[in-house]
Design a protein around this ligand. Structure first.
Ligand SMILES: NC(=O)c1ccc[n+]([C@@H]2O[C@H](COP(=O)([O-])OP(=O)(O)OC[C@H]3O[C@@H](n4cnc5c(N)ncnc54)[C@H](OP(=O)(O)O)[C@@H]3O)[C@@H](O)[C@H]2O)c1
Length: 270
């Protein structure tokens, strides 16, 4: 049974924090949540995009929207978010931002890999730890952590990115089990290729095999929010779910890695 907007607002409102909200999936989460009546704290690095989106959503939906310009790679990013949320009753966290390096592992500096670790693992861990505690104290809430289908097996050209996404998925699933008694719902959202500005900027040569179509951000977000509170993790799109079943359950591990590798090379090397 689908939840009404007022039920959603009662469980996950009155404020949501969307980390990585200036475009793509994050902006789509922000729009969908504003449409359901949640006030928003939106975090990203680019001020103009963030302020423009905040103004549009506030005007369109009559909710309060606060932009927060912040680099989530910074060592004190979580602390700053802690300060900026001190006066807000945050019922929902969507951690969407990611640093996704595509290319041979050794071609990137170790500093770049550490930055990827910060944005994708360290900062979301610290924010989740802080906000989950507050949600448990208030007896309800929700946390959506953006993982990826890349989390399901290793892959050349995104070896570290995929590892960070595996971390995210496993963290979310464990917390789903730990926090559900306190009525705090946790979900790992594991999309496949999704048409976002960041995905298009990565200039994939093809969109991969026909079995794995590129999804629209709106569909991903709607499916994810529908599954929050219903399962520990989800894969948007029926064809992505078939592909994941094949890769995770039917094929030998080394074959799944090889298929991911062929796919990545045909998209980014040839
Ligand atoms: N698109 C896909 O095909 C796909 C597939 C699987 C999983 N995912 C996952 O879905 C999520 C969203 O992906 P996306 O394609 O929409 O693009 P993305 O580049 O991962 O995220 C975009 C948003 O995050 C913000 N952001 C990035 N780095 C930041 C930082 N250091 N500090 C603050 N904000 C930061 C960006 O704004 P600023 O640039 O203004 O900071 C932008 O608003 C990611 O977690 C990604 O791993 C995406």
């Amino acid at each position: 049974m689908s939840r009404s907007d007022s039920e959603f607002l009662a469980q996950y409102g009155p404020w949501a924090l969307v980390a990585g909200a200036s475009e793509g999936l994050g902006a789509e989460f922000a729009a969908e949540l504003a449409g359901r009546g949640l006030n928003l704290l939106l975090v990203a690095r680019r001020r103009p995009e963030l302020e423009e989106l905040s103004e549009i959503l506030a005007n369109e939906w009559g909710v309060e929207v606060r932009p927060l310009v912040l680099d989530l790679a910074g060592a004190d990013a979580a602390e700053e978010i802690q300060e900026k949320t001190a006066d807000l009753d945050i019922g929902l966290l969507v951690y969407n931002a990611a640093y996704s390096i595509i290319g041979p592992f050794l071609d990137q500096s170790s500093d770049d890999h550490l930055k990827e670790l910060n944005v994708n693992c360290r900062t979301p861990l610290a924010i989740t730890h802080h906000l989950a505690k507050r949600m448990v104290d208030r007896g309800k809430g929700g946390i959506v952590l953006l993982s990826s289908m890349a989390a399901f097996q290793g892959s050349p050209l995104i070896a570290h990115y995929a590892a960070t996404k595996a971390y995210t998925a496993i963290l979310a699933e464990g917390l789903w089990a730990e926090l559900r008694e306190s009525r705090v719902d946790v979900l790992a959202c594991c999309p496949g290729a999704t048409r976002t500005p960041n995905y298009l900027r990565s200039k994939p040569a093809s969109t991969g095999p026909a079995l794995v179509p590129v999804m629209e951000a709106e569909a991903v977000v709607r499916e994810a929010l529908a599954q929050l509170g219903r399962r520990p993790s989800m894969i948007p799109g029926p064809r992505n779910r078939i592909a994941a079943f094949l890769l995770r359950r039917l094929l030998p591990r080394r074959r799944a890695i090889a298929i991911m590798g062929d796919n990545m090379r045909s998209m980014y090397r040839d």
